[in-house]
Ligand binder design. Structure first.
Ligand code: CAA
Length: 257
Protein backbone atom coordinates (compact mmCIF):
# COMPACT_ATOMS: atom_id res chain seq x y z
CA UNK A 1 0.00 0.00 0.00
CA UNK A 2 1.52 3.38 -0.99
CA UNK A 3 0.28 6.31 1.09
CA UNK A 4 1.33 9.94 1.57
CA UNK A 5 0.20 10.69 5.13
CA UNK A 6 0.25 7.31 6.84
CA UNK A 7 2.77 4.48 7.06
CA UNK A 8 1.58 0.89 7.05
CA UNK A 9 3.42 -2.22 8.20
CA UNK A 10 2.60 -5.75 9.27
CA UNK A 11 3.81 -7.64 12.33
CA UNK A 12 2.54 -11.24 12.29
CA UNK A 13 -1.23 -11.01 11.84
CA UNK A 14 -1.38 -7.38 13.01
CA UNK A 15 -1.66 -4.56 10.47
CA UNK A 16 -0.21 -1.30 11.78
CA UNK A 17 -1.29 2.15 10.59
CA UNK A 18 0.98 4.95 11.73
CA UNK A 19 -0.33 8.50 11.26
CA UNK A 20 2.54 10.41 9.75
CA UNK A 21 2.27 14.20 9.63
CA UNK A 22 4.46 14.91 12.68
CA UNK A 23 5.13 18.52 11.62
CA UNK A 24 1.46 19.36 12.33
CA UNK A 25 0.95 16.94 15.22
CA UNK A 26 -0.76 14.48 12.85
CA UNK A 27 -3.59 16.90 12.01
CA UNK A 28 -6.05 14.91 9.93
CA UNK A 29 -6.53 16.31 6.44
CA UNK A 30 -9.10 14.78 4.13
CA UNK A 31 -6.56 12.70 2.21
CA UNK A 32 -5.12 11.29 5.42
CA UNK A 33 -8.55 10.17 6.63
CA UNK A 34 -9.23 8.60 3.22
CA UNK A 35 -5.88 6.78 3.47
CA UNK A 36 -6.63 5.49 6.98
CA UNK A 37 -10.02 4.18 5.90
CA UNK A 38 -8.61 2.65 2.70
CA UNK A 39 -5.94 0.78 4.70
CA UNK A 40 -8.58 -0.42 7.17
CA UNK A 41 -10.83 -1.68 4.37
CA UNK A 42 -7.98 -3.41 2.52
CA UNK A 43 -6.90 -5.22 5.68
CA UNK A 44 -10.48 -6.07 6.57
CA UNK A 45 -10.53 -8.14 3.34
CA UNK A 46 -7.08 -9.68 3.92
CA UNK A 47 -7.21 -13.07 5.67
CA UNK A 48 -3.58 -12.75 6.80
CA UNK A 49 -4.51 -9.74 8.97
CA UNK A 50 -6.58 -10.43 12.08
CA UNK A 51 -6.26 -7.21 14.09
CA UNK A 52 -5.49 -3.62 13.07
CA UNK A 53 -3.58 -1.16 15.23
CA UNK A 54 -3.66 2.62 14.70
CA UNK A 55 -1.01 4.81 16.27
CA UNK A 56 0.73 8.16 15.93
CA UNK A 57 3.92 9.19 17.70
CA UNK A 58 4.80 9.89 21.34
CA UNK A 59 3.84 13.59 21.01
CA UNK A 60 0.61 13.26 19.09
CA UNK A 61 -1.90 10.63 18.16
CA UNK A 62 -3.69 13.38 16.21
CA UNK A 63 -4.37 17.03 17.13
CA UNK A 64 -7.68 17.07 15.26
CA UNK A 65 -8.92 17.84 11.80
CA UNK A 66 -6.60 20.03 9.74
CA UNK A 67 -7.70 23.55 10.64
CA UNK A 68 -5.80 25.17 7.73
CA UNK A 69 -7.64 22.94 5.27
CA UNK A 70 -11.11 23.95 6.49
CA UNK A 71 -10.64 27.52 7.76
CA UNK A 72 -11.96 29.16 4.57
CA UNK A 73 -14.60 26.63 3.58
CA UNK A 74 -18.21 27.63 2.90
CA UNK A 75 -21.24 25.71 4.11
CA UNK A 76 -22.08 24.63 0.58
CA UNK A 77 -18.56 23.34 -0.04
CA UNK A 78 -18.60 21.46 3.28
CA UNK A 79 -22.04 20.02 2.51
CA UNK A 80 -21.05 18.91 -0.98
CA UNK A 81 -17.81 17.35 0.22
CA UNK A 82 -19.61 15.62 3.11
CA UNK A 83 -16.28 14.57 4.56
CA UNK A 84 -17.75 12.58 7.42
CA UNK A 85 -19.11 9.96 5.00
CA UNK A 86 -15.53 8.63 4.96
CA UNK A 87 -15.58 8.29 8.75
CA UNK A 88 -18.81 6.25 8.61
CA UNK A 89 -16.88 3.50 6.82
CA UNK A 90 -14.76 2.90 9.95
CA UNK A 91 -17.81 1.56 11.80
CA UNK A 92 -18.19 -1.13 9.11
CA UNK A 93 -14.76 -2.69 9.70
CA UNK A 94 -15.34 -6.18 11.07
CA UNK A 95 -11.85 -6.81 12.50
CA UNK A 96 -10.85 -5.38 15.88
CA UNK A 97 -9.10 -2.00 15.75
CA UNK A 98 -6.80 -1.05 18.63
CA UNK A 99 -5.55 2.51 19.16
CA UNK A 100 -2.10 3.05 20.68
CA UNK A 101 -2.34 6.66 21.81
CA UNK A 102 0.18 9.13 23.20
CA UNK A 103 0.30 12.92 23.44
CA UNK A 104 -2.52 14.90 21.87
CA UNK A 105 -5.75 13.13 20.91
CA UNK A 106 -7.90 16.16 20.21
CA UNK A 107 -10.98 16.89 18.11
CA UNK A 108 -10.91 14.50 15.15
CA UNK A 109 -8.01 12.71 16.90
CA UNK A 110 -10.26 11.95 19.88
CA UNK A 111 -13.03 10.94 17.46
CA UNK A 112 -10.70 8.61 15.56
CA UNK A 113 -9.60 7.09 18.86
CA UNK A 114 -13.23 6.58 19.93
CA UNK A 115 -13.92 4.83 16.62
CA UNK A 116 -11.39 2.18 17.64
CA UNK A 117 -12.46 -0.86 19.66
CA UNK A 118 -9.83 -0.71 22.40
CA UNK A 119 -7.43 2.03 23.45
CA UNK A 120 -4.05 1.81 25.16
CA UNK A 121 -2.84 5.25 26.23
CA UNK A 122 0.49 6.59 27.45
CA UNK A 123 0.64 8.60 30.68
CA UNK A 124 1.29 11.74 28.63
CA UNK A 125 -1.95 11.48 26.64
CA UNK A 126 -4.24 14.51 26.56
CA UNK A 127 -7.73 13.85 25.27
CA UNK A 128 -10.26 16.51 24.36
CA UNK A 129 -12.77 18.03 21.97
CA UNK A 130 -11.57 21.65 21.60
CA UNK A 131 -13.79 22.53 18.61
CA UNK A 132 -15.81 25.01 20.69
CA UNK A 133 -12.70 27.19 20.97
CA UNK A 134 -12.67 27.43 17.17
CA UNK A 135 -16.30 28.52 17.01
CA UNK A 136 -17.49 25.15 15.76
CA UNK A 137 -18.42 21.75 17.19
CA UNK A 138 -17.35 18.15 16.63
CA UNK A 139 -18.56 16.61 13.39
CA UNK A 140 -17.19 13.07 13.44
CA UNK A 141 -19.13 11.79 16.44
CA UNK A 142 -17.63 13.82 19.30
CA UNK A 143 -20.91 14.83 20.90
CA UNK A 144 -22.38 11.38 20.28
CA UNK A 145 -19.69 8.79 21.08
CA UNK A 146 -18.06 10.79 23.89
CA UNK A 147 -21.44 11.23 25.60
CA UNK A 148 -22.25 7.53 25.29
CA UNK A 149 -18.89 6.61 26.83
CA UNK A 150 -18.30 9.15 29.61
CA UNK A 151 -21.91 10.21 30.28
CA UNK A 152 -23.68 13.55 29.99
CA UNK A 153 -21.94 15.52 32.74
CA UNK A 154 -18.33 14.86 31.81
CA UNK A 155 -19.07 15.08 28.08
CA UNK A 156 -20.80 18.43 28.58
CA UNK A 157 -17.80 19.74 30.54
CA UNK A 158 -15.28 18.54 27.96
CA UNK A 159 -17.28 19.73 24.95
CA UNK A 160 -18.23 23.13 26.35
CA UNK A 161 -14.87 24.07 27.88
CA UNK A 162 -12.80 22.44 25.15
CA UNK A 163 -10.23 21.56 27.83
CA UNK A 164 -8.44 18.21 27.52
CA UNK A 165 -8.38 15.56 30.23
CA UNK A 166 -5.38 13.49 31.29
CA UNK A 167 -4.92 9.80 30.58
CA UNK A 168 -5.64 8.97 34.23
CA UNK A 169 -8.93 10.83 34.13
CA UNK A 170 -9.78 9.17 30.82
CA UNK A 171 -9.21 5.80 32.49
CA UNK A 172 -11.59 6.73 35.32
CA UNK A 173 -14.26 7.54 32.74
CA UNK A 174 -13.58 4.34 30.76
CA UNK A 175 -12.51 6.35 27.74
CA UNK A 176 -9.31 4.25 27.51
CA UNK A 177 -8.63 0.61 28.47
CA UNK A 178 -5.23 1.04 30.06
CA UNK A 179 -2.61 3.70 30.83
CA UNK A 180 1.08 2.85 30.74
CA UNK A 181 4.37 4.78 30.70
CA UNK A 182 5.12 6.45 27.38
CA UNK A 183 7.91 3.96 26.55
CA UNK A 184 5.39 1.11 26.74
CA UNK A 185 2.13 2.19 25.10
CA UNK A 186 2.93 0.82 21.64
CA UNK A 187 4.35 -2.44 22.99
CA UNK A 188 1.35 -2.89 25.29
CA UNK A 189 -1.08 -2.27 22.43
CA UNK A 190 0.83 -4.77 20.26
CA UNK A 191 0.66 -7.32 23.06
CA UNK A 192 -3.13 -6.94 23.19
CA UNK A 193 -3.36 -7.04 19.37
CA UNK A 194 -1.33 -10.26 19.18
CA UNK A 195 -3.36 -11.89 21.94
CA UNK A 196 -6.58 -11.19 20.02
CA UNK A 197 -4.96 -12.19 16.70
CA UNK A 198 -4.47 -15.66 18.20
CA UNK A 199 -8.19 -16.08 18.82
CA UNK A 200 -10.49 -17.66 16.19
CA UNK A 201 -11.15 -14.85 13.67
CA UNK A 202 -14.76 -15.70 12.77
CA UNK A 203 -15.77 -15.73 16.43
CA UNK A 204 -13.81 -12.50 17.03
CA UNK A 205 -15.58 -10.70 14.22
CA UNK A 206 -18.99 -12.06 15.28
CA UNK A 207 -18.39 -10.92 18.86
CA UNK A 208 -17.41 -7.44 17.64
CA UNK A 209 -20.55 -7.19 15.50
CA UNK A 210 -22.76 -8.42 18.31
CA UNK A 211 -21.26 -5.94 20.77
CA UNK A 212 -21.60 -3.04 18.31
CA UNK A 213 -25.23 -4.07 17.68
CA UNK A 214 -25.86 -4.13 21.43
CA UNK A 215 -24.65 -0.52 21.72
CA UNK A 216 -27.25 0.80 19.31
CA UNK A 217 -30.25 -1.54 19.52
CA UNK A 218 -32.99 -2.42 21.97
CA UNK A 219 -31.99 -5.30 24.28
CA UNK A 220 -34.39 -7.87 22.82
CA UNK A 221 -33.16 -7.26 19.29
CA UNK A 222 -29.51 -7.35 20.39
CA UNK A 223 -30.08 -10.62 22.24
CA UNK A 224 -31.56 -12.17 19.09
CA UNK A 225 -28.54 -10.99 17.10
CA UNK A 226 -26.21 -12.51 19.68
CA UNK A 227 -28.09 -15.82 19.76
CA UNK A 228 -28.03 -16.16 15.96
CA UNK A 229 -24.28 -15.45 16.00
CA UNK A 230 -23.75 -18.15 18.61
CA UNK A 231 -25.68 -20.71 16.54
CA UNK A 232 -23.96 -19.65 13.31
CA UNK A 233 -20.50 -20.27 14.79
CA UNK A 234 -21.36 -23.96 15.06
CA UNK A 235 -20.81 -24.17 11.30
CA UNK A 236 -17.22 -22.89 11.64
CA UNK A 237 -14.18 -25.18 11.65
CA UNK A 238 -12.84 -23.08 14.52
CA UNK A 239 -15.74 -24.19 16.74
CA UNK A 240 -14.91 -27.86 16.06
CA UNK A 241 -11.20 -27.19 16.60
CA UNK A 242 -11.69 -25.06 19.75
CA UNK A 243 -13.95 -27.57 21.49
CA UNK A 244 -11.94 -30.64 20.33
CA UNK A 245 -8.71 -29.05 21.58
CA UNK A 246 -10.32 -28.40 24.97
CA UNK A 247 -11.52 -32.00 25.28
CA UNK A 248 -8.18 -33.42 24.03
CA UNK A 249 -6.29 -31.08 26.41
CA UNK A 250 -4.15 -29.48 23.68
CA UNK A 251 -3.70 -25.97 22.27
CA UNK A 252 -6.18 -25.12 19.48
CA UNK A 253 -4.96 -24.24 16.02
CA UNK A 254 -7.53 -21.88 14.54
CA UNK A 255 -7.75 -21.71 10.74
CA UNK A 256 -10.23 -18.85 10.52
CA UNK A 257 -12.74 -21.04 8.65
N1 CAA B 1 -4.69 21.61 12.23
C1 CAA B 1 -3.64 22.16 11.55
N2 CAA B 1 -2.42 22.37 12.10
C2 CAA B 1 -2.25 22.01 13.37
C3 CAA B 1 -3.27 21.43 14.14
C4 CAA B 1 -4.55 21.23 13.51
N3 CAA B 1 -5.57 20.66 14.15
N4 CAA B 1 -2.80 21.19 15.39
C5 CAA B 1 -1.51 21.59 15.40
N5 CAA B 1 -1.18 22.08 14.19
C6 CAA B 1 0.13 22.61 13.77
C7 CAA B 1 0.37 23.99 14.32
O1 CAA B 1 -0.25 24.98 13.52
C8 CAA B 1 1.88 24.07 14.28
O2 CAA B 1 2.28 24.33 12.96
P1 CAA B 1 3.46 25.40 12.70
O3 CAA B 1 4.69 24.77 13.32
O4 CAA B 1 3.54 25.47 11.20
O5 CAA B 1 3.06 26.67 13.36
C9 CAA B 1 2.30 22.64 14.61
O6 CAA B 1 1.16 21.83 14.36
C10 CAA B 1 2.69 22.45 16.07
O7 CAA B 1 1.63 22.93 16.88
P2 CAA B 1 1.81 24.03 18.03
O8 CAA B 1 2.98 24.90 17.75
O9 CAA B 1 0.49 24.69 18.25
O10 CAA B 1 2.18 23.05 19.24
P3 CAA B 1 1.88 23.28 20.80
O11 CAA B 1 2.58 22.16 21.49
O12 CAA B 1 2.19 24.67 21.21
O13 CAA B 1 0.28 23.09 20.97
C11 CAA B 1 -1.82 21.97 20.60
C12 CAA B 1 -0.29 21.85 20.69
C13 CAA B 1 -2.40 22.37 21.96
C14 CAA B 1 -2.37 20.61 20.20
C15 CAA B 1 -2.20 23.05 19.54
O14 CAA B 1 -1.46 22.80 18.35
C16 CAA B 1 -3.64 23.09 19.19
O15 CAA B 1 -4.44 23.64 19.94
N6 CAA B 1 -4.04 22.49 18.04
C17 CAA B 1 -5.39 22.52 17.54
C18 CAA B 1 -6.26 21.50 18.28
C19 CAA B 1 -7.69 21.59 17.80
O16 CAA B 1 -8.35 22.62 17.91
N7 CAA B 1 -8.23 20.46 17.25
C20 CAA B 1 -9.58 20.39 16.75
C21 CAA B 1 -9.63 20.63 15.26
S1 CAA B 1 -11.28 20.71 14.62
C22 CAA B 1 -11.83 19.11 14.51
O17 CAA B 1 -11.11 18.19 14.82
C23 CAA B 1 -13.23 18.94 13.97
C24 CAA B 1 -13.75 17.54 13.88
O18 CAA B 1 -14.64 17.17 14.63
C25 CAA B 1 -13.27 16.57 12.91
Amino acid sequence: MGFEFIQTSVDGAVGIIRLNRPEVLNALNLKMVEEIVTALEEWDQDKAIRVILITGNDKAFAAGADIDEMANESTVAMYQKDQFRTWDRIAKISKPIIAAVSGFALGGGCELMMNCDMIIASETTKIGQPEVKLGVMPGAGGTVRLTKIVGKLKAMEMLLTGEPITAEEALQYQLVNKVVPVELYFEEAMKLAKQIANQPPVAVSMIKRSLMTALDSPTEQALKYERNGFYLLFSSEDQTEGMSAFIEKRKPNFSGK
